[in-house]
Design a protein around this ligand. Structure first.
Ligand SMILES: NC(=O)C1=CN([C@@H]2O[C@H](COP(=O)(O)OP(=O)(O)OC[C@H]3O[C@@H](n4cnc5c(N)ncnc54)[C@H](O)[C@@H]3O)[C@@H](O)[C@H]2O)C=CC1
Ligand SMILES: O=C(O)[C@H](O)CS(=O)(=O)O
Length: 472
C-alpha cells in the first residue's frame, strides 16, 4: 500500500492533508491513499499551469510532439504495471486494463502528430491593400475532470490534444481511481514534460471544480462523467465564459434486424454490453430484437453469457470483474428486480454473487416502461425487447434524453445505412460493437454531451481561431 502525493508544478507533495483511501473493488483492500486536496491545492495547480503556459505554447509543435512521444514510449514500456494498478483500483480484468493502456496511449501518438496539422488559411481581401489571415492558437489553461471507469483513456483523450497544441492542464481524476493518473504523471515528468504543464490534484471534487470554474485563467473545461455533474459544470463555466467539452451519460440501443447475422449480432452485443462489467457510457443497454428471430437470438446470447467468467480481474480467464462500489451494485439490482416484478423473464444471471460481483444478466419480455429502459444501467444487465417494424425500432431507440452510441445489426447494407442516418446518436456501430478508436470523433447528441474527443475534430476543442487583417 502506497501513500501518494499530488503533482503540482513538478513537485510531489501530500501537503500534510488528510488522506483518501483507494480500495480494490474485488477484495475491498486498501491499495493506496491520496491527499484530500481542496481549493488551496486547486489554486496552486492553476497558478503552476498558468505560469508554464507561455513557454510551453511558445515551443514548436514538433518540440512538444517529441516530448509527447517520449511519454508514449514510457507508458508503453510500463503498460503491464499500469494495467495491474488499474485492475487493482477499478476492477476491470487485466486483459481489458492492458487494452485500455493501448487505447489511452493511442491518443498520445494520434495527437502528437495531429498537432502538426493545425493549419491556418488566407482569405481573399475585398480591397487590394489588405491581406487577411486566419491562424489558430492554444486556448490556455485547461481543467480536466475525469471518471472512474476508464482511468487512463479519459485522461489522455483530453490531455494529449491539449498538450500537442500548447495548452497546459490541471487534472482532477476520480477519487475512486486516481492512481493510474498519478502514475502516468510520473512518466510524463520522466519524459521531460516541463513542470507546470501537467498538474494532478485529488480530493474534494466540488471544491476543486468550483475553484477552477471561478478562475478566469482557466479558459477551458473538459469533463467526462455523469450528465448531472456535467450540467453543474456547464452552469459554472458560464461565470467566466469558458470553452467546454462534455462527454456525459449514454443509454445505447442495439437493434437486431430480421436479416441480421445472429452470430455477428450476439458477439457484437456481448462485446459492447459486458465490457468493463457494463460500466461504459457506450454499452448496449436497450436491446431491440425483431420478433421473428427473438427466440433464436436469445438462445445464442444466453449460451455465450453463461460462459462468461466472473471474478477478480487479476485472475486468468476472468471476463467480468466487480462493479465499482455498492451503490453501483444496488442500482443494477434495482433495475433487475423492478423488471422481474413488472413481467420480465429471467433468461440468465439475476443476482449479486458476493461483494461487488454481479452475475451477467439477460432479461426478456421487456417493455419500455421499465426502469432499465429509461435509466442508464452502468452494469452487466442485458434487457431484450421485441419489435415488429423498422419504424417502431427507430422510434423507440431515439426515445431517450441520451444520444451517445447506438448499434445496428443487419446484412442489408442499404437498410443499415438508412438506420445509421435515422438514429439520433453521435456514434453508430453498424455490425460493430466496439467502434471507439483514437482516430475517430467520440461524442454525443442531446444530453450525452458537447463537442468531440479523438479524431481530427478533437484537437479543435483546445484551439482559439484568430483572424488577422493586414493593411498594406
Ligand atoms: N460520455 C462519456 O464518454 C462517459 C460518460 N460517463 C458517465 O459518468 C458516469 C460514471 O462516472 P462517474 O465518475 O461516477 O461520474 P461522476 O459524474 O460522478 O464523476 C465524474 C468526475 O467528476 C467529479 N465530480 C463529481 N462532482 C463534481 C463537482 N461538483 N465538481 C467537479 N467535479 C465533480 C468526480 O470526482 C469524477 O472525477 C456515468 O453516468 C457514465 O455514463 C463516464 C465515462 C465516459
Ligand atoms: O467512458 C467511457 O465509457 C468510454 O468513453 C467508452 S470508450 O471510449 O472506451 O468506448
Amino acid at each position: 500500500m502506497k501513500d501518494y502525493g499530488v503533482f503540482i508544478n513538478g513537485e510531489w507533495s501530500d501537503f500534510g492533508l488528510d488522506k483518501i483511501e483507494v480500495t480494490n473493488p474485488a477484495t475491498n483492500e486498501v491499495v493506496a491513499t491520496v491527499p484530500k486536496g481542496g481549493a488551496a491545492e486547486a489554486a496552486k495547480a492553476a497558478d503552476a499551469a498558468y505560469e508554464a503556459f507561455t513557454d510551453w505554447a511558445a515551443r514548436s509543435v514538433y518540440e512538444r510532439a517529441e516530448l509527447i512521444w517520449k511519454w508514449h514510449r514510457l507508458i508503453d514500456d510500463n503498460k503491464e504495471e499500469l494495467a495491474k494498478i488499474m485492475t487493482e483500483e477499478q476492477g476491470k480484468p487485466f486483459k481489458e486494463a492492458l487494452g485500455e493502456m493501448t487505447y489511452a496511449n493511442g491518443f498520445l501518438s494520434w495527437f502528437a502528430e495531429e498537432g502538426k496539422r493545425v493549419y491556418g488559411e488566407t482569405i481573399p481581401a475585398s480591397v487590394s491593400n489588405k491581406r487577411l489571415f486566419v491562424t489558430k492558437q492554444p486556448v490556455g489553461v485547461v481543467a480536466v475532470i475525469t471518471p472512474w471507469n476508464f482511468p487512463a483513456a479519459m485522461i489522455t483523450r483530453k490531455v494529449a490534444p491539449a498538450l500537442a497544441v500548447g495548452c497546459t492542464v490541471v487534472i482532477k481524476p476520480a477519487n475512486l481511481t486516481p492512481i493510474t493518473a498519478l502514475k502516468m504523471a510520473e512518466l510524463a515528468e520522466e519524459a521531460g514534460i516541463p513542470k507546470g504543464v501537467i498538474n494532478v490534484v485529488t480530493g474534494k471534487s466540488p471544491e476543486i471544480g468550483e475553484t477552477w470554474l471561478q478562475d478566469a485563467r482557466v479558459r477551458k473545461l473538459t469533463f467526462t462523467g455523469s450528465t448531472e455533474v456535467g450540467k453543474t459544470l456547464m452552469r459554472g463555466s458560464a461565470d467566466t465564459v469558458k470553452k467546454i467539452s462534455l462527454e456525459l451519460g449514454g443509454h445505447a440501443p442495439a437493434i437486431v434486424l430480421e436479416d441480421a447475422d445472429l452470430n455477428k449480432a450476439v458477439d457484437g452485443i456481448i462485446s459492447s454490453k459486458f465490457r468493463n462489467a457494463g460500466q461504459t457510457c457506450v454499452c448496449s443497454n436497450r436491446i431491440f430484437v425483431h420478433e421473428a428471430i427473438q427466440d433464436a437470438f436469445i438462445e445464442k446470447l444466453v449460451a455465450k453469457v453463461k460462459e462468461l467468467k466472473v471474478g477478480n480481474g487479476l485472475e486468468d480467464g476472468v471476463d467480468i470483474g466487480p462493479l465499482i462500489d455498492q451503490n453501483a451494485v444496488d442500482k443494477v439490482q434495482k433495475q433487475i428486480d423492478e423488471a422481474l416484478n413488472s413481467g420480465a423473464k429471467l433468461e440468465a444471471g439475476g443476482k449479486a454473487i458476493d461483494g461487488l460481483f454481479l452475475e451477467p444478466t439477460v432479461l426478456s419480455n421487456i417493455d419500455d416502461s421499465m426502469l432499465c429502459m429509461k435509466e442508464e444501467t452502468f452494469g452487466p444487465l442485458a434487457p431484450i425487447a421485441s419489435f415488429k417494424t423498422d419504424e417502431e425500432a427507430i422510434q423507440r431507440a431515439n426515445d431517450s434524453i441520451f444520444g451517445l452510441a447506438a448499434y445496428v445489426f443487419t446484412e442489408n447494407i442499404t437498410k443499415g445505412i438508412q438506420f445509421t442516418e435515422a438514429l439520433e446518436f453521435g456514434i453508430v456501430g453498424l455490425n460493430d460493437g466496439l467502434p471507439s478508436v483514437p482516430q475517430a470523433p467520440f461524442g454525443g447528441f442531446k444530453q450525452s454531451g458537447l463537442g468531440r474527443e479523438g479524431g481530427h475534430q478533437g484537437i479543435e476543442e483546445f484551439l482559439e481561431v484568430k483572424y488577422i487583417s493586414l493593411g498594406l
